[in-house]
Every structure is written in C-alpha cells, then in structure tokens.
Design a protein around this ligand. Structure first.
Ligand SMILES: [Zn+2]
Length: 162
C-alpha cells in the first residue's frame, strides 16, 4: 500500500523554479505555540545539474557551523542534503523571513568558498563516510552558486490530480 500522507514537496513544480534560491517550504505550530519553519536551500537547477557527493558532503559539514553562525539569533535545527543532490533542507526554530534566510545562506556559502584548513568533523570517529569529502570541490561549487545570485523562490505548485 502506498503512503497515505501527502508530501507537499512533491507538489512543487521543479521545472518552474530558478536556482539558486531560498523557498519557504512549510510551517508547523506545536501544541505550546512554538513554530518550526522549513526552507529549501536550492543550490543547482533541478534536473539540469547536481553536486557530486564529495563536495556536497563537505558543504554539509561546513554549513553546519557557518549557517548557525549567520542565522543567529534564529536557531537552525538541521541542514540536510537533498537526496537529489541539488541543495539542502533547512529546519528552523521560529519564523525567520525568507530574506533573512537568503542573506544568511549567502554569507554561509561565502564562508565555505573562503574556508581554509581542516573540514570540521572529518574523521572516522565523527563522520559516517569520512573519505568521501572534497574541500576544493566544496569551495568551487560554493563560489559558482554564489556567482549566479540567490533569489527568494515562490512555491509554484503542480496542478493537483484526482
Ligand atoms: Zn559526514
């Protein structure tokens, strides 16, 4: 039996977006009124280009710290790579606006582009695939993405079927 829960990200028309972008992807209110906001941080154009696993993995390790630095005082709960390797899912506590997330993402990626020294957490004790990293690749991809200019992407839904 297929899942019964409808996943709204599958309703985004991935052919109608223009990367790189930040898009508010969901908002959840808990029983005590706390708000969790999800954003897509899309780095490459869907179905046109994807980031190889080694640079994407290194970008993940670097964004974990740099995004938290640049989003403060908003709290980043999680930044996880999309399985399609075109960007990251951001989960935030609170309701930061899209422009704030966009500027934080730009500053964080500039920090990735300019990063020197070790990759944080890159060891067999701290990472699940520590050999699969590329700092030169991460820096180059961050620079290329930044050069294309981030936008705030509105959600363009596919027509619903049924
Ligand atoms: Zn890792």
């Amino acid at each position: 039996m297929p899942p019964t829960t409808r996943v709204t990200s599958f309703d985004l028309d991935h052919t109608a977006v223009r990367a790189p972008y930040v898009r508010e992807a969901g908002r959840y209110v808990g029983a005590l009124g706390d708000v969790v906001t999800k954003y897509d941080l899309r780095l490459t154009q869907p179905n046109v280009q994807e980031i190889p696993t080694a640079p994407l993995h290194t970008i993940e390790h670097l964004l974990a710290g740099y995004l938290r630095d640049h989003l403060a005082p908003a709290t980043l709960v999680d930044a996880s790579p999309m399985g399609c390797r075109t960007g990251f899912y951001l989960t935030l506590l609170g309701e930061p606006g899209a422009e704030d997330v966009l500027h934080a993402a730009e500053r964080a990626l500039a920090s990735v582009r300019d990063h020197e020294g070790e990759i944080p957490g890159c060891s067999p004790e701290r990472c699940g695939n520590w050999r699969d990293h590329s700092l030169p690749g991460a820096k180059a991809w961050a620079g290329d993405v930044l050069a294309q200019g981030f936008i705030v992407q509105e959600t363009i839904e596919l027509p619903t079927s049924g």
